[in-house]
Design a protein around this ligand. Structure first.
Ligand code: I3S
Length: 126
C-alpha cells in the first residue's frame, strides 16, 4: 500500500495482486470467472479492482469491482473440490456470497490468510 495516504500501514491495511472469483452469490452458485485483481484490505473492508499490474488504485481511475465487508464472514483454505489450484482461500461473507482467492505464491496467500483471519476475529462481535 505504498501510495496509501497514511503510512506506515497498520496491520489491517494490506494490498496486492490476487486472482479472485465469485463462486456463490445470494446463496446461488455462479460460474467461476478468475480475474487478476488489485486487492486492498482497509479496516474491515476488502476491495477488488481489475488488475492494474501492481500500480494500485489510488490515483488510478479504476473503481472497485467487488467490495466486501468482512465482519461476520469466515475464511479458510478451499477444499480440493472447490478448485484444482493450490493456495486457494475460500472467503464466505454475508448475504450468501462466497469468493475464492488465489495466488501462485504461497507466502503471499499465507499472509492474506493471516490478515483476513485477524480482521474477521478482531471484529467478530460487531
Ligand atoms: O470449478 P470448475 O468449473 O472446474 O472451474 C474451472 C472453470 O471455471 C474453468 O473455466 P471454464 O470451464 O468456464 O472455461 C476455469 O478456467 C478453471 O480455472 C476453473 O477451475 P479451477 O480449478 O482452476 O478453479
Amino acid at each position: 500500500c505504498s501510495s496509501s495516504p497514511k503510512p506506515p500501514a497498520s496491520p489491517s491495511e494490506k494490498c496486492g495482486v490476487l486472482n479472485v472469483t465469485k463462486i456463490t452469490e445470494n446463496g446461488k452458485k455462479v460460474r467461476k470467472n478468475w480475474t487478476s485483481s488489485w486487492t486492498l484490505l482497509e479496516g474491515t473492508t476488502l476491495l477488488f479492482t481489475k488488475g492494474q499490474g501492481g500500480s494500485g488504485w489510488f490515483g488510478g481511475q479504476s473503481k472497485p469491482e467487488i467490495t466486501v465487508d468482512l465482519r461476520g464472514g469466515s475464511v479458510d483454505w478451499a477444499s480440493k473440490d472447490k478448485s484444482s489450484k493450490k493456495h486457494v482461500l475460500e472467503l464466505k461473507i454475508r448475504q450468501g456470497t462466497e469468493l475464492l482467492i488465489h495466488s501462485e505464491n504461497d507466502n503471499v496467500i499465507n499472509d492474506w490468510y493471516r490478515a483476513l483471519q485477524e480482521t474477521i476475529s478482531t471484529h467478530a462481535w460487531e
